[in-house]
Design a protein around this ligand. Sequence first.
Ligand code: ATP
Length: 987
Amino acid sequence: MATRTTSSRSGSSTKRSTASSGSSSRKKSAKPSAAAPEHQLAWPLRAIRGAWMGIGRVVGGAFRQIGSKVQPDYAVRRDGTGLFLVVVALIVASVEWWGLRDVGAYGTWVHNIVAGSIGYMGVLLPLVLLLGAIRLFRHPEQDAVNNRVGIGLTVGIAGGAGMAHAVAGIPTVNDAVEHLWAGGGILGFLLTSPLAGLISRWGALVVMAMLVFLSLMITTATPLKRIPERVRTGYRWLLGQDTAANESASSPADGEHDQSYLYDSEGRKKKRGSKPAKARTSFFGRKGQAEPPVYDVEDAGDGAYDTAVISEGDRARRLDPTQPIDPARDSFRGTADEPSEPAVPPGVKRPTAAEKAMARVKENVGLGSSSSAASASTAAEPDTEALDATAVNRALAEHGPNETQVLPKAGAPLPPIPQRTEQLELAGDVAYTLPQSDFLPAGPPAKERSEANDAVVAALTSTMQQFKVDAEVTGFSRGPTVTRYEIELAPGTKVEKVTALSKNISYAVASSDVRILSPIPGKSAIGIEIPNADKEVVALGDVLRSNAARKTDHPMVMGVGKDVEGGFVVANLAKMPHMLVAGATGAGKSSFVNSMITSILMRATPDEVRMVMVDPKRVELTAYEGVPHLITPIITNPKKAAEALQWVVKEMDTRYDDLANFGFKHIDDFNKAVRAGKVTPPAGSQRVLKAYPYLLVIVDELADLMMVAPRDVEDSIVRITQLARAAGIHLVLATQRPSVDVVTGLIKANVPSRMAFATSSVTDSRVVLDQPGAEKLLGQGDALFLPMGASKPMRVQGAWVTESEIHQVVEHVKGQLQAVYREDVTVEAPKKQIDEDIGDDLEVLLQATELVVTTQFGSTSMLQRKLRVGFAKAGRLMDLLESRGVVGPSEGSKARDVLVKPDDLPGVLAAMKGETPPANEGEVSAQESALVENANANHSGEGQEYASAQEYSHDVLADEENARPEAVDYYDGEDSGSEDAWNLTGR
Ligand SMILES: Nc1ncnc2c1ncn2[C@@H]1O[C@H](COP(=O)(O)OP(=O)(O)OP(=O)(O)O)[C@@H](O)[C@H]1O
């Protein structure tokens, strides 16, 4: 609505104030320079100008005292122009109102000009001019509003002149001049005479009347839809009722916010991309209600991550010191029965310097006057200020918190958590219902502003003043744990000046956890995140009932929490596709995992999502034991967990076989086709095709697994993470030890989404996020969320679900269906055929092989050093390597030749483990034959060793052969020998 003022901190000079207000002030700062040629004027002119300005200030001052007093900044005052309008109004009034028309040439000239130009509208002209003068005296900084009002009034004068002319019978210039003047003057003639020719005089009258109507709409910033409401407001105003309260109550209720008349900080009209909230009083409404801005980190179309983040737009809380601090103060989001914001009584304590800085901010976005101020001023200036009050409400509705922050009143029924319309039938014809929404009650209402915030704004402002940094706090957005204060720099002020103050800011706000973002992504502003002295808990129920969650009925959507701007964050686990959750003990990982599992239980049937839970700590996930979504009992034994991961790999392979055989790229497509009956098993197959559920594998402490079987666990994880996305298998790995030996490079490379809770060191933060930051988090659910595809982590406060809530949900779920566990998930995999001569040394032999091949250096002493083994063991390992064709024969003290290239290493390692090498058949054969050749060369004549080398070849190929029937099951139409992929999920 209004441009921001260039006013600076109190008492500052014009120069300073001009320089201090950021981008838009640049525009303003040009104004004084327009007066630059002043010194070039001749002194009489300068004297006249000075006198004029002096009178203007006096008159303007008088106008500013009327009703609610206003004090626009000196730099933006336009008293000279205002005075000019007053003088012209007086001249016109003296002739047209007070009968000076016949008094000599003065009257004649004025009447000729006025009536000759606009006819009868000359009578209204003094009023219009006075109105313009009032605006310029009182609100010179609101350029956009002033322009709009100016345009509206001009259109009105034109329409009125046209109407008068049509009524007067469209006199032409050929008629007597008095006739012309008695109509709409020259303007009226120009507007109506062509129209009258086209659509008759009465047609022209109608068009002109429409022009007058349009002018009213423009002047009062009223879109067509809001006319009844405006009429009501006007009526109430006439009856002396509180228009601001009514307006604010009715404004959201009608749900449609004006899209055309909001202005941004530069005074431009703001284009509203999406419709604002339909009904702020009830965020639980129907689909199709206004949605918050949605930020897709990456287009979901290609299957990449897609998460909805509310409040990505400019939702910074604009500072307004005149507003009383009251968490329930938002009349703009309130209902008619909510108490409206009390008006500030006249004589309220004037804001301090810091508060003045705050006060300007609201004008940047159309909060030119707080609703209280607006309501106070409405009485004084109904025509102009009432508009502002309306705009305030609209702007508040726009810039204020999302309606999802409005919490239901106590006792009000909670809205449902999204459910699919079709309830999927489970085996045994059980109709499964998802848990009721009220199992997860609403949390306490979110605050948008508290005294703590105001204190911090004052501290920041004074710190910058003390250090003479020309910057100001322009707003803040309060999240549950931290508030982000926005700082804008004056032109020519270095960003480093603020960032260098970080320690002083910490000192001023008495918090060591200050995080500076320069800039805030997508904004020309510096963000300073400071913990709230009064933190809030984010209830999972609220997150799941938010618009972002309700937008989708995807079963893998989980409630993540709230971002720094107070917007709800949800994420689709299916599109993450795998996530690492890390943080020091007590930071909130388990709570996050609980929220995730509860979200799934709330939204997904066991038909849609199955889970494997690994909980080596034995206490974190026990609450979920027995839920039908589980495929196997919660695994607490790390060794069994490693086996379960291998089972998941097998399941993944099976799903891939199905995808390949039926010609689909993603399990979703396959499922869709199955549900639509478009996929039929090959002729002769007994198999009944069913959709695959998503499989969510949750490991609550990765470190425990990595201690037991690092290689196997890493192998399985890497294999799952590399491929499982298309198979609908998703991994969530949580750890409190995000060190490189737990979160290895390979795991990291394949787990793209990260959730970092407070870590104990910056090194840990780097391991999780590849950047520092997590070490500064506050714990208790404060986290940095880096979804796949995002370049910068987003700070969120994790959703919180209590044990009793979990219990209720679990009981509901278990009450409907018993868990049917698969037996084979944790069945120990058949022992691989490991050569006898390797015995128990397989692990260390694999390490030795890796070392020798990657360094291409076959030295026994190197093995001794690096593997910390004795000479005898190192020698034995070298012999084993030689027997496997990895290195050549001993050449005395020289290092041995290394016969295997690093590229072939995976195949060689797999062969040593007795596994199928992870390469295609051709490559495997090549590797194997290379090994055989090497071994042959090394041990020609040593029958035993040769046979062993041949065994490799034999084993690998045999393994491949064994694997093949499963893969070709649907090609040859034989069921036997292959396990039905569906069976693997136990259904
Ligand atoms: N999202 C949250 N909102 C509010 N409080 C939380 C949140 N998350 C965690 N907390 C608080 O922090 C405490 C520790 O959380 P949690 O048990 O999840 O930590 P953790 O990282 O899993 O620790 P550990 O690794 O020792 O299990 C909780 O008991 C709770 O009081």
